[in-house]
Design a protein around this ligand. Structure first.
Ligand code: AMP
Length: 418
């Protein structure tokens, strides 16, 4: 028996209403904030991600689905969307056509992580990227947009964490200060942190190791070493969030895994999903477009994980999905009338109604059961004595009221059902 690959999931018809609900809200909110949808290929040249996300990150170092194709090119299933959006922006000169590009996506991503609740190998993200402005109101807009969308799903136990990583020059200065602080503690660090000391020192704040955490507790913070401009930028973001009534916490240790962030970083965390608690993460990345071969285009974005959001919705029982209904089920009373029943079905379907009928010559009782199972609002009974008298019977399943209608009078059947 071949099964789905570990860490991947089938989204079955019973799951689809929740997915559609989420996708519709995302599209609606993105419209309100004037973000336009973009779709990019699922796989890209590996160099896009290794250069864009950074060699020293977990994603590039450990998690990418990278393979050599039959033409000997190294390709990678995208682990996130930002690098792909930036590539598309540069490749299609989107930044030359308009100053500010506001884009959004809902797409599958791939990372070879150890699967657990809320952590998959193929998962789905929705997210947005605004490319072309350094205005702090856009940093705030990203946080507000993500927060408002997640709120729409009815999730209550949310925390918005924000931080600023400043500009690269102040960050480099700070890294020296952090290295100095850690110099005489280096030997006590975990192996992983020892490696990161050289390659990605900010990530030491993310360490799960208790000794590391103890050491990092008293470490100097980047937020205390920001340059004036970055501080002012951060101040403005906070002001807008306050006036937008988005509750937030400042988390000076929120460095996030990716290399490309500058200034604002943020995460939205839920206490309803266990250890994988981040529903959403994002931030400003003013250097990435240039790093990938484009001009200097300041940008900011976020990505949210749909599976984790669904977990939170499940725990909080927050989704109120409308009951699935069918407009009409056609019940064939005589087996010889199958073709006629199908003809009615098609006419009603072409009139825009949701219609089902029996395809396996089942008994009347079985057909009625099926109509109930499908939550049919009406049944159309075709056959019997009525049919001999040129009538069909339309039954309202809620009130049990029945009407005999002239069997050619399709218009009137449609009118009643609609
Ligand atoms: P990241 O790009 O790592 O900041 O991820 C953004 C969001 O995507 C996270 O907050 C999660 O909700 C979701 N996410 C990331 N990795 C996974 C994964 N392996 N499985 C499920 N969701 C994920």
């Amino acid at each position: 028996m071949i099964k789905a690959i570990k860490g991947t999931k089938d989204i079955l018809p019973k799951d689809i209403p929740a997915w559609n609900f989420i996708e519709n809200i995302v599209a609606e909110k993105m419209r309100q904030f004037n973000y336009k949808e973009i779709r990019t290929p699922v796989f890209e040249e590996t160099a896009l991600f290794s250069r864009g996300i950074g060699e020293a990150t977990d994603i590039v170092g450990k998690e990418m689905y990278t393979f050599t194709d039959r033409s000997n090119n190294s390709v990678t299933l995208r682990p996130e969307m930002t690098a792909s959006v930036v590539r598309a922006l540069i490749e299609h000169f989107l930044d030359k056509q308009q100053n500010l590009n506001k884009l959004y996506y809902i797409s599958p991503m791939f990372r070879q992580e150890r699967p657990q609740a809320g952590r998959l190998r193929q998962f789905h993200q929705f997210g947005a990227e605004a490319l072309g402005s350094n205005d702090p109101s856009l940093d705030a807009e990203m946080i507000i947009l993500a927060y408002d969308i997640i709120k729409e799903f009815g999730i209550k136990n949310l925390t918005v964490k924000i931080n600023s990583l400043g500009v690269p020059s102040s960050r480099e200065e700070y890294k020296t200060i952090l290295r100095d602080y850690l110099k005489d503690k280096f030997e006590n660090l975990s192996e992983e942190s020892k490696n990161r000391y050289e390659t990605n020192i900010l990530r030491l704040f993310d360490s799960k190791d208790e000794h590391d955490q103890e050491i990092m507790k008293n470490a100097p913070l980047l937020l205390e070493h920001l340059d004036d401009e970055s501080l002012e930028h951060f101040e403005k973001v906070k002001q807008i969030l306050l006036s937008a009534k988005v509750p937030f916490e400042i988390d000076p240790k929120l460095v996030r895994g990716l290399d490309y962030y500058t200034n604002t970083t943020f995460e939205i965390v839920s206490s309803s999903v266990g250890s994988q608690s981040a529903l959403c993460g994002g931030g400003r990345y003013n250097l990435l477009v240039n790093q990938l071969g484009g001009k200097e285009v300041p940008a900011v974005g976020f990505a949210a994980g749909i599976e984790r959001i669904l977990l939170a919705c499940e725990t909080e029982e927050s989704l109120n999905l409308p009951e699935e209904k069918l407009d009409c089920y056609i019940v064939r009373l005589d087996k010889e009338l199958s073709a006629k029943a199908y003809e009615y079905g098609l006419l009603l379907r072409r009139a825009g109604l949701e219609v089902e009928l029996d395809y396996s010559l089942r008994s009347i009782k079985a057909q009625m059961r099926e109509a109930n199972r499908l939550n049919a609002k009406y049944t159309l009974l075709v056959g019997g004595e009525e049919f001999e008298n040129n009538k069909v019977v339309l039954k309202n399943m809620e009130t049990s009221e029945q009407q005999n209608i002239d069997f050619e009078n399709i218009e009137s059947i449609i009118k009643i059902i609609k």
